[in-house]
Design a protein around this ligand. Structure first.
Ligand SMILES: Cc1cc2nc3c(=O)[nH]c(=O)nc-3n(C[C@H](O)[C@H](O)[C@H](O)COP(=O)(O)O)c2cc1C
Ligand code: SF4
Length: 464
C-alpha cells in the first residue's frame, strides 16, 4: 500500500472499484461519518491541507466558512476545469484515480451539509468524463458516495471556466463570465441580488427571498487528498511536506526540458530537483533562463531555481506556487516573445466585463508584438508601463492581476532583451513559441493546443 508521495498519482491506474477498495477506498467517507460534520472539518483543519487550484487557501477554513454560512441550501463544486497553461495534473489524477476525487466530493458534501454537488470540467475531457462517470456509478452501487447527489457538468474551452465565479455561472447554464461576489457569498442558484435591492422571489424550498446558497469550490487535486486524510489522519498527512505546506504536490513540467512530465513530489522538494530529476534536465547544450508557474505568477529567474516548492517559499521570493504547472524556457527563447504570447493568451481569454482588463491586456499585447517584431519604440515601453498600472482597475477576477504580474516581472528581470529589440530593430532569438496550453501529456511527450493561436478576443477562431 502506498503511504508516501505517490499515493495520489499511482504508477498503475486505479481502474476499478475493487482496485480502490484494495487501497482503502471508502475508509475516508466512513471516518467522516463517524467524526460528524464538525469533526470532519476539524480533521481537515488539523491536516493543514491547502487548495491546489492556485491560491493555496487553507481547505479546512474554507469548509468551515461555507458550513457556517446562512441559509437552507449549500452546494459543493469540484473545479476540474484545468485550464492553466503548463498544467496537466488534474487530468492525470482523474485518469489515474477518479475514485478518490468522487469520494473527496462526497466527504465535502457531507461535511458542509450540501444539497447537491457538481464536478465541473471541460466537455473536451472525454477520457476523464468516462472514468469519472464509471467511478460514480460503481461507488453509488456499492453505497460509497453518501446521500448527496453528484452531477458532472461539461463546460466550454475558455480559460475562465476554471475561475470559480465563472464556473458557477456555467453550472447554472450560462457563459463563463465571472459574477461579482465569491461563491461563499453568492452561491449556486441564488436569487438574491449581488448588489442593490432588487425584489426577488424565494427559491423553491427556501424560507427567505434573499438566500445566498453558500457554495464550496475546491480544486480536483485538493479534493483528491481528502479521503486519504480522513482515512489515515492529519498526523500522517503532516509527515510529508513542511509545517505550512504539508502533503505532496502533483507538479507538471513542460517547455525546454528533456522529459515533460507530471510527477507527485513531497511539498518542499527543490524546484531544481524536480526539473533535473523527473523532467530530465535541460536540452543538450542549453541552460535555463526562466521558469513560470502557469501564466498567473511572476517569473522565477535563475537565482531562484533552487526554491523549495512550498507556498511560503514562493511567496517570500515574490512569486507564487500556483497550480505547480511549470513552464521552462532556456537560453534560446526570447523573453519579449514569451511576454507577448502570455499577454496575448490573457487578453484573448479576458471576458471584457471590466474594460481596463480587456482594453489594457489587448493594448499591452499589441505593443509587445511591435517590440518583438522590431518596430517598437520607447513609447511602447512607456504605454505598457502605464497600462500595467491600471489594467486591474475594478477587476472582478484575478485574470487582470495575472496580466500585470507576469508581464511586469518579465520587464523587470530581462530589461536587456527589450533594449536589444529596440536598439537593433530585430529579434536576436527568433523562435516560434506557442502558449503551452496542454491537451495531452504522457510518456514524456506533450501536445499543446495549436488552435489557441487562432483564437480571437471575441472567443471566435480565425480559419486554420
Ligand atoms: C482565470 C482563472 C482561471 C482559473 N482556472 C482554474 C482551474 O482551471 N482549476 C482550478 O482548480 N482553479 C482555477 N482557478 C482558481 C479558482 O478560481 C479557485 O480559486 C480554485 O478552484 C479554488 O480551489 P482550491 O481552494 O482547492 O485551490 C482559476 C482562477 C482564475 C482567476
Ligand atoms: S478581470 Fe478581466 S477576465 Fe476577470 S471578469 Fe473582469 S474582464 Fe473578465
Amino acid at each position: 500500500m502506498t503511504t508516501g508521495p505517490g499515493f495520489l498519482l499511482p504508477d498503475r491506474p486505479v481502474a476499478s472499484l475493487d482496485d480502490w477498495l484494495a487501497l482503502g477506498g471508502g475508509d475516508g467517507l466512513n471516518a467522516a461519518k463517524r467524526l460528524g460534520q464538525e469533526g470532519t472539518i476539524d480533521e481537515l483543519r488539523a491536516s493543514g491541507l491547502r487548495g491546489r487550484g492556485g491560491g493555496g487557501f487553507p481547505t479546512g477554513a474554507k469548509w468551515a466558512g461555507v458550513a457556517a454560512g446562512r441559509g437552507t441550501h449549500r452546494y459543493v463544486v469540484c473545479n476540474a476545469a484545468e485550464g492553466e497553461p503548463g498544467t496537466f495534473k488534474d487530468r492525470s489524477l482523474m485518469r489515474a484515480n477518479p475514485y478518490q476525487l468522487v469520494e473527496g466530493v462526497a466527504i465535502a458534501a457531507f461535511a458542509i451539509g450540501a444539497t447537491e454537488a457538481f464536478i465541473g470540467l471541460k466537455a473536451s475531457f472525454s477520457e476523464e468524463t468516462d472514468r469519472l462517470q464509471r467511478a460514480m456509478v460503481e461507488l453509488a452501487a456499492a453505497g460509497l458516495v453518501g446521500d448527496v447527489p453528484i452531477r458532472l457538468v461539461p463546460g466550454p474551452e475558455e480559460y475562465l471556466l476554471g475561475e470559480e465565479k465563472a464556473l458557477l455561472e456555467v453550472i447554472e447554464g450560462k457563459d463563463p463570465l465571472p459574477r461579482l461576489l465569491p461563491p461563499y457569498l453568492h452561491g449556486l442558484f441564488s436569487t438574491a441580488p449581488q448588489m442593490g435591492w432588487i425584489p426577488a422571489a424565494a427559491e423553491p424550498g427556501h424560507t427567505e427571498p434573499h438566500e445566498s446558497n453558500p457554495t464550496l469550490v475546491n480544486n480536483a487535486e485538493t479534493l483528491s487528498n481528502v479521503p486519504w486524510i480522513l482515512a489515515r489522519g492529519p498526523e500522517w498527512f503532516r509527515t510529508m511536506g513542511t509545517p505550512s505546506s504539508p502533503g505532496t504536490v502533483v507538479a507538471t513540467v513542460v517547455g525546454d526540458v528533456v522529459r515533460p512530465v507530471v510527477a507527485e513530489v513531497e511539498m518542499g522538494t527543490r524546484l531544481s530537483a524536480l526539473l533535473n530529476g523527473p523532467a530530465g534536465g535541460p536540452l543538450p547544450g542549453r541552460t535555463w533562463k526562466a521558469i513560470f508557474s502557469g501564466v498567473a505568477n511572476p517569473v522565477v529567474d535563475p537565482s531562484r531555481f533552487n526554491l523549495p516548492m512550498t507556498y511560503e517559499d514562493f511567496s517570500a521570493h515574490g512569486t507564487g506556487l500556483g497550480a505547480a504547472g511549470f513552464i521552462v524556457y532556456d537560453d534560446s527563447a526570447c523573453m519579449v516573445n514569451v511576454a507577448r504570447i502570455f499577454s496575448r493568451f490573457l487578453a484573448v481569454e479576458s471576458c471584457g466585463q471590466c474594460p481596463p482588463c480587456k482594453l489594457g491586456s489587448g493594448e499591452i499585447t499589441d505593443r509587445l508584438e511591435r517590440i518583438e517584431g522590431g518596430t517598437g519604440t520607447d513609447d511602447d515601453i512607456g504605454a505598457i508601463g502605464s497600462w500595467l498600472g491600471k489594467v486591474t482597475d475594478g477587476a472582478r477576477c484575478y485574470l487582470a492581476t495575472e496580466e500585470r504580474d507576469v508581464v511586469s516581472s518579465i520587464l523587470r528581470c530581462y530589461p536587456e532583451e527589450f533594449a536589444e529589440h529596440l536598439e537593433t530593430g530585430r529579434c536576436p532569438r527568433p523562435r516560434d513559441l506557442l502558449v503551452p496550453k496542454v491537451v495531452e501529456l504522457s510518456d514524456g511527450r506533450v501536445t499543446y493546443d495549436e488552435s489557441q493561436a487562432r483564437k480571437r478576443p471575441d472567443w471566435t477562431y480565425a480559419p486554420a
